[in-house]
Design a protein around this ligand. Structure first.
Ligand code: NAI
Length: 395
């Protein structure tokens, strides 16, 4: 069949295998041409390694630090009904290219929140890593988490806390500007979001690895967070997602103490706002992203996931004796985003951007192009008219 992009609101319903392969290859090329990651980890576990920051970190460490990797992800396989999700193909092609480069790449598909997958990973560490990991990256972005053995779920809600917030979503399906008002979350919704996106499962992973004696001397762990400028605080930092991220930051301190016993450390890493499968869902954030992209591209400071991860590992996490952190012990990869001159220009643009001019004033084209790229579309060098046999992936 010939695969075309299908977008439902802000959700991609199709993915192109060859485009996903090309997107992985482009990231590999970027890493190979960049500063190598010296003193990097050799055995890395990535929880959420099939797309976004997780995939980029896997590529950066495999091709920039010659690391072997185990990745856990939750992705849709192709079937008679659909093409499957981009993350499925990213995993498939990443593994192929990593193996060609002589690296071990193990893909484990399943629910990271479950005990079964944690046990499977411990077994894989035993088999492929001689029993120990040097770095654990927690990069799960999920809308829900099962409550152990009850058949019920915690569901995250992207909402403000305390008062309603009006925000705009850019609907990728039809390029429309859509205003909505979000009512404040109930206490139950805020708590459910913390359960899904906070630090609890990250801590459960590190505990499972410590208990199974899978933690190597000097082992580090990181998880990703977002803070953003004040204009995004009502929907992000002061809302349910922010509450979950504060929980994640606090977890990093608890884990830092636990890993100190192994001469290691734990860090919440604050990244830049980027287009990913997860971030396009956040109302109010997309106008900010198109303004930010416009300004950072003009200034030459724009980064995507791969540039952020390459810089994180080469200059921060493995850049010297000490990991550089701020007063709250956070690694700041949002330093270029929050540069005062950049933010002043973004704020000015946001005051001017509206439903009539957002395509001209903001970088909407770049935003949409990146979203299509995530799903293997709109990528140079890919023949989109060629017929794809998804049966081979099903088999
Ligand atoms: P993404 O949607 O691109 O990737 C999420 C990953 O989690 C995928 O590999 C997916 O398979 C995996 N996953 C989801 N549910 C799972 C489950 N139940 N079991 C196993 N794997 C599961 O997301 P993205 O944007 O890379 O987010 C990763 C982290 O980075 C999140 O914590 C997010 O809050 C954070 N972050 C994102 C920013 C952005 O602008 N995109 C900015 C700063 C932080």
């Amino acid at each position: 069949m010939i695969i075309k992009p299908v977008i439902d609101g802000v959700v991609a319903r199709s993915a192109h295998p060859l485009g996903c392969e090309q997107a992985v290859l482009n990231q590999i090329e970027y890493v190979k041409a960049s500063q190598p990651i010296t003193n990097g980890p050799k055995r890395v576990l990535i929880i959420g390694g099939s797309s976004g920051f997780g995939l980029a970190s896997r590529i950066a460490l495999t091709f920039g630090a010659q690391a072997d990797t185990i990745s856990v992800s939750f992705e849709k396989k192709p079937s008679e009904k659909g093409t499957g999700s981009a993350g499925f193909y990213n995993d498939y092609y990443f593994k192929r290219h990593a193996k060609r480069a002589g690296r071990v790449a193990v893909n484990i598909h399943g629910d990271a929140f479950s005990q079964q997958i944690k046990d499977d990973v411990v077994e894989a560490i035993e088999t492929y890593f001689e029993g120990e990991v040097d770095l654990v990256i927690y990069s799960v972005a999920s809308g829900m988490r099962p409550k152990a053995e009850s058949g019920q779920f915690w569901r995250s809600a992207i909402k403000p806390i305390g008062q309603p917030v009006s925000g705009t979503t850019l609907v990728l399906e039809n390029d429309q500007w859509h205003n909505s008002t979000l009512e404040p979350a109930t206490e139950e919704e805020a708590e459910a979001t913390r359960k899904v996106m906070g630090g609890e499962d990250w801590e459960a992973w590190i505990d499972a690895l410590i208990n199974s004696e899978s933690v190597a001397k000097g082992c580090k762990t990181i998880a990703f967070s977002y803070i953003g400028p004040e204009i995004t605080h009502p929907i992000y930092l002061d809302g349910t997602l922010g509450r979950a991220k504060i929980d994640l930051h606090q977890t990093s301190h608890a884990l830092n103490l636990k890993l100190a016993n192994f001469d290691g450390g734990a860090y919440a890493t604050v990244c830049k706002a980027l287009v990913t499968k997860a971030s396009v869902f956040i109302p109010g954030l997309t106008p900010y992203i198109i303004a930010l992209y416009k300004v950072m591209k003009e200034k030459g400071t724009h980064e995507g996931c791969i540039e952020q991860m390459q810089r994180l590992f080469s200059s921060k996490l493995y850049g010297g004796e000490q990991v550089p952190v701020d007063g709250e012990r956070l690694i700041r990869m949002d330093d270029w985003e929050l540069d005062p001159e950049t933010q002043a220009r973004v704020k000015q643009l946001l005051d001017e951007i509206n439903s009539d001019n957002f395509m001209q004033l903001g970088d909407y084209q770049g935003f949409k192009h990146e979203f299509l790229n995530l799903n293997g579309f709109d990528i140079d060098g890919v023949d989109y008219s060629s017929k794809i046999d998804t049966d081979k992936f099903i088999k």
